[in-house]
Design a protein around this ligand. Structure first.
Ligand code: SAH
Ligand code: SF4
Ligand code: F3S
Length: 440
């Protein structure tokens, strides 16, 4: 049996694409190799969101090149956003690569493997969502579902619209069918993926069109789905109907990832985010009104071109006022082909670093403070397996998306109740409630 190995970089969308790649390869008769060295087919699923993502991947390619030199019958493939952003230049930069394909062209890999082509081949069309490839799930009780591909926004710093194309929503009936099948196979938690999930449906033809909130309601009604998550919504499209769904649907988790990017309206405008600081703060108020205990997480960029000290102070103010449960913080990185990369007033590296350090300090302070509200509470945890830090303990995730390490007896894939005893900014610790075991 030929063997494959996939190395994945980037976001959950890419991880899910890799699952689909693996599922497809297994249906073609390939088996997964534990190490790259044992694989006949070496694949990389790449990301290009920041420069660090590019360099990380290029560092990994060296090893594949050596393996290919040792045994030229090995096939090396590069898929994903970086491949899409450079297209056929992949083969000029790295002549040992046999096949390259964009994020929407995973299925073309099968075509390549089934052909007798000896020449390098690239596949970079945008075709919308490409077919029902079987997914090879890391955990049988958690599943990802891509509800839309691409992005119609034009955020001036972002490479994604050029790597994933225009937004295409998937047909709601297909989605419901896919999720019902997953639930039948034992998936209890589904995470809906899209670059802008709450604009879902707008591009569908009228007779098929449903809104994101309606989609959530239909998924909540599927038997066996205990938890629904989604990422990422856009503040401009965050409407009351979605928050009402949060308040009413038992399966929809109390966690919203709402990317702020910057607290300065001037910077948001230059970023072409199409909302301002007031709109963002108003959305946060609305979230807290409908779901008072909701966990909020966010993405923030520091050092966008032209960001002044006063702009940055406004980001700190919004972080202070919102008190996020967690935040991903990024140093702005100029991306090829984006508007922002050409802007004057790029912020010096030193200034970016200093702002980042202040932001991270504030984010952690709030994350810790927010985490402490769980201490003493009994919370529902979906058990994922053994704890990574202490094999005698279990690890799981709360509905608020907190990692929970705890002592207990529950098995992976079970929902249980944990009494929280302590908290850090990142994780909670506690003990499985014995009454929960007795009831189960
Ligand atoms: N579609 C999602 C996010 C996709 S990328 C959304 O709009 O929320 C994930 C995060 O990477 C973005 O939210 C942004 O904070 C960050 N990011 C994107 N491009 C970047 C760049 N050029 N430099 C630094 N961070 C960037
Ligand atoms: Fe990029 Fe903006 Fe689209 Fe998110 S919404 S993927 S940041 S262009
Ligand atoms: Fe994701 Fe990276 Fe592409 S973050 S969408 S894999 S550029």
């Amino acid at each position: 049996m030929p063997k494959y190995h996939v190395t994945t970089f980037g976001c959950q969308m890419n991880e899910h694409d890799s699952e689909r790649m693996k599922g497809m390869l297994e249906s073609l008769g390939y088996a997964e190799a534990a190490e790259q060295d044992d694989a006949d087919l070496i694949l990389f699923n790449t990301c290009s969101i920041r420069e660090t993502a590019d360099s990380k991947f290029v560092g990994h390619l060296g090893h594949a090149k050596r393996l290919k030199n040792e045994d030229p019958s090995r096939v090396v493939g590069v898929g994903g956003c970086w491949a899409q952003s450079v297209k056929d230049e992949v083969f000029e930069q790295f002549p040992f690569v046999d096949v390259a394909f964009g994020p929407g062209q995973v299925h073309k890999l099968a075509e390549f493997l089934n052909s007798d082509s000896l020449t390098a081949q690239g596949y970079f069309e945008f075709e919308g969502f490409t077919g029902d490839l079987p997914a090879h799930r890391e955990r049988e009780f958690q599943g990802w579902v891509q509800i839309s591909v691409g992005c119609n926004c034009v955020c001036s710093y972002c490479i994604v619209p050029s790597t994933r194309g225009r937004e295409v929503s998937r047909d709601p009936d297909d989605l419901i069918r896919e999720i019902a099948t997953m639930a039948g196979d034992g998936v209890r938690e589904v995470t809906l993926l899209g670059q802008n999930v709450n604009s879902y449906g707008r591009d569908l033809e009228k007779s098929r069109r449903i809104s994101f909130a309606e989609l959530l309601r239909e998924i909540d009604a599927i038997d066996g789905v205990d938890r629904i998550r989604y990422t990422s919504p856009h503040p401009k499209d965050m409407r009351e109907d979605v928050l009402r769904a949060h308040a009413e649907l038992p399966a929809l988790c109390e966690h919203i990832h709402l990317p702020l990017q910057s607290g300065s309206s001037a910077v948001l405008k230059a970023m072409k985010r199409t909302y301002d600081r007031e709109r963002f703060e108003d959305r946060v108020r609305l979230i807290r009104e409908f779901v008072p205990d909701c966990a909020l997480s966010t993405d923030i960029i520091v050092g966008f071109p032209g960001e002044t000290d006063a702009d940055f102070e406004q980001t700190l103010e919004v972080v202070e006022a919102t008190s996020f449960d967690s935040a991903f913080t990024f140093v702005y990185s100029p991306r090829r082909g984006t508007v922002a990369a050409e802007l004057p007033d790029q912020v010096p590296h030193e200034v970016k670093r200093e702002r980042m350090a202040r932001l991270v300090g504030l984010v952690q302070q709030h994350a810790l403070q927010r985490a402490h509200r769980f201490v003493g509470r009994d919370i529902e945890v979906l058990v994922e397996g053994a704890s990574r830090t202490d094999a005698a303990k279990l690890r799981g995730r709360s509905r608020h998306n907190k990692v929970v390490n705890f002592g207990g007896l529950a098995g992976a894939g079970e929902l249980t109740t944990v009494t929280v005893e302590s908290a850090t900014s990142q994780t909670l610790a506690g003990t499985e409630s014995l009454t929960a075991r007795a009831v189960a």
